[in-house]
Design a binder for this molecule. Structure first.
Ligand SMILES: Cc1cc2nc3c(=O)[nH]c(=O)nc-3n(C[C@H](O)[C@H](O)[C@H](O)COP(=O)(O)OP(=O)(O)OC[C@H]3O[C@@H](n4cnc5c(N)ncnc54)[C@H](O)[C@@H]3O)c2cc1C
Length: 408
């Protein structure tokens, strides 16, 4: 009898797994509980979808934060070029931007979903939308019995679980796959937020809500030991900080969240202390008869000026020609080492990805098949793997999806 394969979850991992299995002339059914495929994919890259990263494979692996060795085989078998070729074949034109990030030429994530839909149809995958799996049981004859929320059930010889993580639940990723895997005998590493905004203790951040800073350097310290430093874009919010560098930082500080984490923002990373002092002195010469609060416009965005002056402990009404060297040093300190105290991560639902998931020791890294249950496969974010921003998490979904699809 011909194998019947069920793929559970129509995100990028599920679509690639189903299309790949279909290309081998298998009888494949892709189940998705939403009314359409790829709801999370649709919101990726702020609606533009950072499809993958065109760096070399070793660098792809270096951008994986958790369990990179597990992904070696997957990344080398289905590469960044492979997904680009596949999408190009199904009508999507792509472009490469800063940092090797690949996007659709149209800047529309919906075009990526369209191309993947064509791939599924071309490979005769049956797509069943609005079909939520509520439970999976093993029958005495070794089949997988899928039970649906609507009360119906269906048996399959093999299944691929691609239900994603637990963040942005409104997209459908509600962590169902963890329950399925557990009930089939797999262990789970407790899901935690990754690539997630941070709350801080300092109340003044609220005054800066909405302010985005492009070229800043951020570092994080625990007990005076540096655990993270990077350069890029950040955003102040009503609760703390977010934006690309902050999301990356979250993956490095997550082991220390019960310790005292200090975060420092260097607002002028291109200038050393001495160069910044010279620059300030030049500005001060120009504005010598003005008050401090009216003299920093060349140096800082408007919203930051009162905050920086307060943190420098200088009277904002003071005239420039009365500012002491000590006060000037305080100002430089505030600009180069703006201090924040981490309090907690935002909830998992606001995380870009979920860290944790199905334990990798129980999955064969060259096939994505369970080491305990024959015919059971996993792919994508449901597995305990996660990476930095830059297209790496989607590459994990395609590469593991491909391995499951080619081996099921
Ligand atoms: C705001 C945001 C922006 C992002 N931007 C990027 C980016 O630009 N580049 C990048 O590389 N990564 C990005 N990511 C991460 C990336 O989207 C995920 O890592 C990726 O979507 C994971 O793919 P997946 O197929 O494993 O899971 P998902 O995309 O989460 O798909 C899982 C699917 O399974 C379905 N499902 C779940 N349970 C059931 C069930 N019981 N029955 C039936 N169906 C079910 C869900 O409805 C969902 O459609 C972003 C994430 C977010 C939240």
């Amino acid at each position: 009898m011909e194998d019947k394969i069920a793929v559970i979850g129509g995100g990028p991992a599920g679509m690639i797994a189903a299309g790949t299995a279909g290309s081998r002339k298998k009888n494949v059914v892709l189940f998705e509980k939403n009314e359409k495929l790829g709801k999370k994919l649709y919101i990726t890259g702020k609606g533009r979808c950072n499809i993958t990263n065109l760096c070399d494979i070793e660098e792809l692996l270096n951008n994986v934060v958790v369990n990179k060795k597990f992904l070696y085989s997957a990344f080398y078998t289905f590469t960044n070029n492979d997904i680009i070729d596949l999408l190009n074949k199904y009508g999507l034109e792509t472009k490469v931007e800063r940092g090797n990030r690949v996007f659709p030429k149209s800047n529309k994530s919906s075009d990526v979903i369209k191309a993947l839909n064509k791939y599924l149809i071309d490979n005769n995958v049956t797509i069943r939308l609005n079909k939520k799996i509520s439970d999976i049981k093993k029958t005495t004859s070794g089949m997988f019995n899928l039970q649906f929320e609507d009360g119906s059930q269906e048996n399959f010889n093999k299944i691929i679980i691609t239900t994603g993580g637990k963040s942005y639940e409104q997209t459908g990723s509600t962590g169902d796959g963890y329950n399925f895997a557990e009930s089939l005998g797999h262990k789970i590493i407790k899901p935690k937020p990754a690539l997630v905004p941070c709350e801080v203790e300092e109340a003044w951040v609220k005054e800066l809500q909405g302010l985005s800073l492009k070229n800043v350097s951020i570092s994080a310290y625990v007990k005076n030991k540096k655990i993270f430093e990077d350069f890029g874009e950040m955003l102040f919010t009503h609760f703390g900080i977010s934006g690309p560098v902050v999301l990356s930082m979250s993956n490095y500080i997550n082991k220390h969240i019960n310790e005292n984490i200090k975060i420092y923002i260097d607002l002028k990373p291109a200038l050393s202390h001495e160069k910044l002092e010279k620059r300030i002195l030049r500005d001060f010469e120009q504005f010598s008869r003005k008050q401090l609060k009216n003299s920093l416009n060349n140096l800082l965005p408007k919203a930051l000026i009162p905050v920086i002056i307060r943190l420098s402990k200088i009277d904002e009404d003071k005239f420039i020609n009365q500012i002491t060297k000590e006060e000037r040093n305080n100002l430089i300190e505030a600009l180069k080492k703006l201090e924040l105290t981490f309090s907690k991560f935002r909830p998992i639902n606001e995380a870009i990805v979920t860290s944790g998931g199905i334990i990798i020791k129980e999955i064969d890294p060259s096939t994505m098949e369970s080491k305990h249950v024959k015919g059971l496969f996993f792919a994508g974010e449901v597995i305990d793997v996660d990476a930095l921003t830059g297209g790496f998490n989607l590459q994990i979904a395609y590469s593991t999806g491909y391995l499951a699809g080619i081996n099921c």
